[in-house]
Design a protein around this ligand. Structure first.
Ligand SMILES: [Zn+2]
Length: 268
């Protein structure tokens, strides 16, 4: 179902009222029309509090039950605006930006909302990658981001995995790891990539046991061709990640798990 506003104007016209937002959620939840989760009846009326009251058994269902909007006291309209803001910021949304755009009085509310939304943006029940996947690791945060061996003080080591989709990047996955040992790297790879897939890395020793783990290991060696980028997909992801961190957090990133999760990144 391609039913999504293409620009701010369409968004504002489409979701001008809480009723319009609620209708949209109903469409997503019950594309074939309402069904009572208790008795299966398809007839219901709306109560004053916006609940579906089943004509068959009297059970009341909220379209927001089990969603991030459950029990919210703020208007759905405001939530939809938050989602629009977060998903349209090219370099990622910040707490202050969200607070300003929504006119929220409290920084804490904006912080909570942003984290809820980032969490929700991670594909639910995400499955492992297959096909060809480029894998590299990068130090993020601290004074200077960079590759291994440049001093890891205050930095987080992140394994970056980018699935190949023709010449484009398919899905990506970022995973913070404790260190650059084969054990840590393999664990991150096994969590994200199906055995039997082709895993393309540079010549780092931490990857040499991948064939033993059931992967087809392809080593893209550096330096065999001047100006040749052996891992173009994953390098692009790292560049985007750094730009996003700089843009959103002015580079002030500490090695907390919540910061390096891919959830706030629009490319995951
Ligand atoms: Zn019912």
């Amino acid at each position: 179902m391609e039913d999504y506003p293409r620009n701010l104007l369409e968004f504002e016209e489409r979701f001008a009222t809480d009723e319009a937002c609620r209708d949209y959620l109903c469409q997503l939840r019950w594309p074939e029309g309402f069904r009572c989760p208790r008795c299966g009846d398809n007839k219901a009326w709306m109560t004053g509090r916006g609940l579906h009251h089943c004509a068959g058994c009297g059970h009341q269902t909220s379209v927001t039950a089990g969603t991030i909007f459950q029990d919210t006291r703020k208007p759905l309209r405001l939530w939809f605006r938050a989602i629009w803001h977060v998903t349209t910021q090219k370099n990622g949304a910040s707490v202050l930006g969200l607070q300003r755009v929504l006119g929220l009085g409290s920084y804490e509310t904006a912080w909570t909302w942003l984290h809820k939304l980032r969490k929700a943006m991670v594909r639910p029940g995400r499955d492992r990658f297959g096909g060809v996947v480029e894998v590299d690791e990068a130090f993020i945060g601290g004074q200077r981001s960079g590759k291994r061996g440049r001093g890891a003080l205050g930095k987080a080591l992140v394994v970056v995995m980018a699935q190949e989709d023709g010449k484009r990047i398919g899905r990506i996955r970022l995973k913070k790891v404790a260190d650059g040992t084969a054990h840590s790297l393999e664990e991150a790879i096994e969590e994200a990539i199906d055995p039997g897939s082709v895993v393309r890395t540079d010549g780092y020793l931490g990857y040499v046991r991948l064939p033993k783990r059931g992967y087809v290991h392809e080593v893209a060696r550096e330096g065999n061709d001047l100006g040749n980028n052996p891992l173009p997909l994953v390098n692009r992801v790292v560049a985007l990640l750094k730009r996003w961190l700089l843009g959103t957090h002015q580079g002030a990133v500490r090695a907390l798990p919540s910061i390096v999760q891919p959830s706030g990144c629009p490319y995951s």
